[in-house]
Design a protein around this ligand. Structure first.
Ligand SMILES: [Zn+2]
Length: 380
């Protein structure tokens, strides 16, 4: 049992875990990684935006560029007394290491660093370049992290070709799911204006509920799309409708509502907004509609990166991974728009953000080996 704890990847993961890097505090994690990366020939650049520390590291100047990406920040542990062991002290129980950040995603970070060390030691003259992009602002507002780093890289025309994100993508066992994209998320926040009045004199009032109801019905009847090979059908959900002044004999003067689209690559946020606005325009309704875009959908098309990741996983697990666009947000939404092929491959995500978060030690060691194999398939 002690042997696995002495594996370099596990030692590095435990070192990172002991730094309580609650978002957006990096707590010195990136300093450790910089030292390791400089030792294997990376030039490292710290990009500080506000209170967020980001790292861009690159080895070589040639194209193509294969980048590993991730985050050092973790979500708060919650009530520490509810944990079976101290959240920032890695604790081994039955082959699992328990700690905040163990699965999301200090295991992924450690696996990519040690995989890079091994690959470069064996193949110092690899093709192209290797890069590492790390932020401490993935779990928080995500405004001063990967988004800003990508803006800086784009400005100086530094291009990434392929990116592997070490987020916990797996569901039941390591490598069962590889994420190759994500649905878009677009919210609408609206106010319908009318004229408040006495319920007995509707001719003197203008009831916004009456105005809004047919629009709502029409929006629900639209088949937005049927999805496509990689995305489920676009979904429209109303999350809130409120009006009324609290008295049974008063019709309200205003109605407010919120809705959200989770949408496929059949749409952009502009085309969806246009469609919704055209529905409102066809009705006699005084509405103020505001939009909030959380992220456009992205998809990595079949190609060299997906082939390599699929092969690396299959060689280790005996089964090809499911290529999925499900799940919540990740920084892939900021990397992909620069024309980068992005996939996410990391440990099992069942315990992330929970009390007693944990990761299987064997999985971390296998993940390191998968990452190394991806580099061999891409850069030799
Ligand atoms: Zn994460």
């Amino acid at each position: 049992m002690n042997n696995v704890m002495e594996a370099p990847v596990i030692e590095l993961m435990c070192d990172l875990i002991r730094r309580p890097s609650i978002t957006p505090d990096d707590a010195g994690c990136q300093g450790t990684l910089v030292g390791r990366l400089q030792d294997i020939g990376f030039s490292c650049e710290t990009l500080q935006f506000g209170d967020v520390t980001n790292l861009w590291a690159r080895r070589g100047t040639a194209a193509p560029v294969l980048c590993f990406a991730g985050h050092t920040d973790v979500v708060p542990p919650g009530e520490e007394s509810e944990w079976s062991s101290a959240p920032f002290e890695p604790t081994l129980v039955d082959g699992d290491i328990y700690a905040r950040g163990s699965a999301d995603m200090k295991s992924g970070l450690a696996a990519m660093i040690v995989a890079l060390e091994e690959f470069i030691a064996a193949h110092p003259d690899h093709n192209g370049s290797l890069a590492v992009l790390i932020t401490s602002d993935e779990e928080g507002r995500a405004r001063d992290g990967t988004l800003k780093v990508m803006e800086a890289l784009t400005k100086r025309e530094e291009h990434i070709d392929w990116c592997v994100i070490g987020e916990p993508s797996s569901q039941h066992r390591l490598g069962d799911i590889v994420r190759i994209g994500r649905r878009g998320s677009l919210s609408g926040i609206l106010t319908v204006r009318g004229i408040q009045g006495h319920v007995a004199y509707p001719q003197l009032a203008d009831n916004p509920i009456r105005r809004f109801a047919p629009v709502l019905a029409e929006l629900h009847q639209i088949e937005w799309d049927q999805g496509n090979d990689y995305f489920p059908p676009t979904s429209f959900q109303v999350v809130d409708v409120r009006a009324g002044v609290g008295a049974p004999n008063v019709t309200p003067g205003e109605l407010s509502a919120r809705f959200n689209f989770r949408y496929s690559t059949e749409w952009t946020h502009e085309s969806l907004q246009q469609k919704v606005e055209s529905v409102f325009d066809a009705h006699d309704i005084d509405v103020d509609l505001k939009w909030h875009l959380s992220g456009e959908p992205f998809l990595t098309e079949p190609g060299k990166l997906i082939d390599a990741v699929t092969q690396a996983v299959t060689e280790h697990t005996g089964e090809a991974p499911e290529l999925s666009t499900g799940g919540g947000t990740s920084d892939g939404r900021f990397i992909s728009p620069a024309g980068v092929d992005v996939v996410e491959l990391g440990p099992v995500n069942a315990s992330i953000h929970k009390i007693d978060e944990h990761v299987k030690v064997e999985d971390v060691i296998t993940l390191q080996s998968m990452y190394r194999r991806i580099m061999e398939l891409m850069l030799l």
